[in-house]
Design a protein around this ligand. Structure first.
Ligand code: CO
Length: 133
């Protein structure tokens, strides 16, 4: 762990509408936008200090974000921490008894390698680990 927050993921239904809301809230409109096919999401993010606020909308009904919104509505979806070596962190945390979602690291926004821990491991919080390219 590097003990820095990479980003906070917020699940939204309508990316354009939430860009307006968060753009107005933060007095900014320099969004970075990206579609991450592997995660079935459209992302628009803004840097606040050293942390990104990542607005995340589903690209299709199979998207985990669509499932989340259907169950719990819009809102904070996950918190992501920077790691230097995601594979090493996965190994270390598995030895500590943490449970991961999926088969291992996959491709996220900004060319990052990402992996999610199961919220049952982490007090109900969906935690993502990100390794910068
Ligand atoms: Co994320």
């Amino acid at each position: 762990m590097t003990r820095s927050v990479s980003h906070i993921g917020i699940a939204v239904r309508d990316l354009e509408a939430s860009k307006k809301t968060f753009g107005a809230l933060l007095g900014a409109n320099d969004f970075h936008e990206e579609t991450v096919a592997e995660q079935h999401v459209h992302v628009a993010s803004l840097v606040v200090g050293e942390t990104r606020i990542e607005l995340t909308a589903p690209t299709d009904p199979e998207s985990p974000i669509a499932t989340f919104i259907a169950k719990r509505g819009e809102g904070i979806h996950h918190i992501a921490f920077d790691v230097e070596d995601v594979d090493a962190e996965v190994k270390r945390l598995q030895q500590e008894g943490f449970v991961f979602i999926g088969e291992g690291p996959s491709n996220g926004a900004h060319g990052m390698r990402i992996v999610f821990l199961h919220p049952k491991s982490t007090n109900g919080v969906l935690v993502e680990l990100c390794q910068r390219p």
